[in-house]
Design a protein around this ligand. Structure first.
Ligand code: TYD
Ligand code: MG
Length: 476
C-alpha cells in the first residue's frame, strides 16, 4: 500500500510523514456532516447526530491534526492548571464601533477585539459592500486588511470610489492561498482582517477543492487561531446556497464567536442582518439596512418603512407588532380568502410558518365555529419580513376573517397575541413595549391577550384585552 502511494509520485518527499502518521493514527480521514458539523469515523447515509440524509462529506485530517489526536489519547501532554471561577480576572471585553449603529446592535454593542465573526448570506446580499464600507471607515483608526479572493483589487477600488468612501488607509490583498495570506499577516498583523470569502481560500497540502468541507474547516481554523493569538478581529464571509447551507457555516459555527446572516429577499431592497450565534451578545438581534445606489444605508426606524403608506383601507390587512431581538417592529399582515368548491383548498404562506396556518384554521373552526375548509387562503407579510414568533397568530386570523367577510380593519388598530389550541389567547413577551411602539407610529387602538393588558393606561391608546379568540373576534 505504501508503495502504491509512493509510485504515484505525489507524496514522495513526505513518505516519512505518511509512514509515521499511518502507524500513529489508523485513519487519516473523517466524515463530517455539512449540516451540523458532527464527526463520524466512517461514511453513512444518515448523520446520527442531526438525522439529515446524505450530508456526510469526507475530510482529510492534516498530518498535524492526526498526530495530535494520537498523542492526546496517550495523555502525553504537559500539565495544565485549573483555576476557581471566582479567581479569574474579568474585564469587560473591549469593543470597537463598526461605524454603523445597526451593525453594532447586532454585534451586541460593537465588535469585540480578538473575536472571530462569520457573515453568511446569499450571493448578492451585499456582504462585500457592507464590509467594504465598514472597513474603509475603520481603517482610519485601526490597521485593517481586506483579503479578497473573489474580486480584483481594481474592482474593489472602483466600488469604493463610486461609493465615495475614504480609501487612503485600507489595505487590500487579492489572494486565495492560505499560506500566502498567513505569511503576510504574520509579518505585519492587522487589527481587523476581512477574508472574502472563506470558500475560495485553500491550503495547498489538502487535496480537496476550495470550498469543500475539509478546506473550509482547516483554513478557518488556522485563521481563527491567528486571530485569537494576535488579538485581531477576524471577519469571514461565507456564501449560503439556495438550500440555506453551504460547505461552511454549520461546520464553522463551532469555532467562531459570532455568526451573522445577511438576509435578502429578491423583491426588496431591504436587507436584514441577524445574529444566529453570539458569544458576546444576544442572538436573534436584528439590524436593518437598505441597499441603495450609494451602498448599504442603515435603517434606524424600521417600523416606519414596513407599513404601507397608502391611506385607503382594504379588507384582509392588519398591522401587528412583533418582537425582533431587542426592539418591537410593526409589520403588516395581508390575507386573501377565496372560495374554492372544486379541489383541495390551497394554503399559501409567505413570511410566516405554513404549519401554524393549518393550526390556526383548525382552532378557528373548532372554537369560533367558522369553517374555512372551502376557502383558498393566502397569507403574506408585507415588505419581505419573516416572522418567527407566535405573536402573529391573532392578527393572521383577524386578517383571514377580514378578507372572508370583506370587512375592513380600521387603519389605527393593531393586534398581537398567541392563539392556543383551546382557543385561548396567550400572552407574548414585551407587550408594553410593543404597544408603545404602536403609539409612536400613530396607532390608537389595540387588541391584545388579557395577560398583556397594560398595568397603567397608555396615553393615546385604547386597549381591548381578550381572554379568548372568540372575544377578540367579537371585539373587532
Ligand atoms: P455584494 O456586496 O457584491 O454582494 P455579496 O458580496 O453578498 O455577494 O452586492 C452586490 C449587489 O448589490 C449587486 O446585486 C449590486 C448591488 N449593489 C447596489 O445595489 N448598490 C451598490 O452601491 C452596490 C455596491 C451594489
Ligand atoms: Mg461578495
Amino acid at each position: 500500500m505504501l508503495h502504491s502511494v509512493a509510485f504515484k509520485g505525489k507524496h514522495f518527499s513526505t513518505l516519512a510523514t505518511i509512514f509515521r502518521d499511518h502507524k500513529l493514527a489508523k485513519s487519516k480521514s473523517a466524515f463530517v456532516c455539512t449540516d451540523c458539523g458532527a464527526d463520524h469515523s466512517k461514511w453513512q447515509g444518515q448523520c446520527t447526530a442531526c438525522n439529515a440524509w446524505n450530508t456526510l462529506s469526507e475530510i482529510r485530517l492534516s498530518s498535524a491534526t492526526a498526530a495530535r489526536k494520537a498523542k492526546s489519547s496517550g495523555f502525553a501532554g504537559s500539565l495544565s492548571t485549573s483555576q476557581r471561577l471566582s479567581e479569574i480576572d474579568v474585564a469587560e471585553e473591549p469593543r470597537i464601533s463598526s461605524g454603523f449603529a445597526e451593525l453594532d446592535r447586532v454585534f451586541g454593542g460593537g465588535i469585540v477585539i480578538g473575536s472571530a465573526v462569520l457573515i453568511g448570506g446569499e450571493p448578492g446580499a451585499g456582504k462585500s459592500t457592507l464590509l467594504l464600507q465598514m472597513m474603509c471607515q475603520l481603517a482610519k483608526s485601526q490597521k485593517s486588511l481586506y483579503v479578497t479572493g473573489e474580486e480584483s483589487p481594481q474592482q474593489i477600488a472602483l466600488r469604493a470610489r463610486r461609493l465615495d468612501l475614504p480609501t487612503e488607509h485600507l489595505s487590500v490583498m487579492a489572494e486565495t492561498s492560505l499560506d500566502a495570506i498567513m505569511a503576510s499577516i504574520d509579518k505585519d498583523p492587522p487589527k481587523i482582517l476581512v477574508v472574502d470569502s472563506i470558500q475560495v481560500i485553500y491550503r495547498e497540502d489538502i487535496s480537496s477543492a476550495p470550498g469543500s468541507v475539509s478546506q473550509v474547516r482547516e483554513c478557518a481554523a488556522e485563521l481563527v487561531r491567528f486571530a485569537k493569538q494576535r488579538g485581531t478581529i477576524l471577519i469571514l464571509v461565507g456564501h449560503v446556497t439556495k438550500e440555506g447551507s453551504l460547505a461552511g457555516p454549520k461546520v464553522l459555527e463551532h469555532m467562531i464567536d459570532c455568526s451573522l446572516v445577511l438576509d435578502s429577499s429578491d423583491d426588496s431592497r431591504y436587507r436584514m442582518l441577524r445574529s444566529r450565534k453570539n458569544r458576546f451578545g444576544a442572538v436573534n438581534e436584528l439590524g436593518v439596512f437598505a441597499m441603495t445606489d450609494t451602498g448599504m444605508k442603515e435603517v434606524s426606524n424600521p417600523s416606519a418603512i414596513f407599513l404601507s403608506r397608502n391611506e385607503s383601507t382594504s379588507s384582509g390587512s392588519i398591522v401587528t407588532s412583533v418582537w425582533e431581538g431587542s426592539r418591537p417592529l410593526l409589520v403588516e399582515i395581508q390575507a386573501l380568502a377565496d372560495s374554492n368548491q372544486y379541489q383541495n383548498p390551497r394554503r399559501v404562506v409567505v413570511g410566516l410558518e405554513a404549519n401554524r396556518l393549518a393550526m390556526l384554521v383548525a382552532v378557528l373552526h373548532r372554537h369560533a365555529g367558522i369553517a374555512v375548509g372551502d376557502q383558498d387562503i393566502f397569507l403574506n407579510v408585507v415588505g419581505g419580513v419573516r416572522i418567527t414568533e407566535t405573536g402573529a397568530d391573532l392578527p393572521a386570523i383577524l386578517a383571514i376573517l377580514s378578507s372572508m367577510r370583506e370587512r375592513e380593519i380600521p387603519r389605527d388598530l393593531i393586534a398581537f397575541g398567541e392563539v392556543g389550541l383551546a382557543g385561548e389567547l396567550r400572552p407574548v413577551s414585551n407587550g408594553q413595549d410593543r404597544l408603545k411602539e404602536a403609539v409612536k407610529q400613530g396607532f390608537t387602538r389595540a387588541i391584545v391577550p388579557y395577560a398583556n393588558r397594560p398595568q397603567n393606561a397608555i396615553k393615546g391608546m385604547t386597549v381591548v384585552a381578550a381572554k379568548t379568540l372568540v372575544e377578540a373576534v367579537e371585539a373587532i
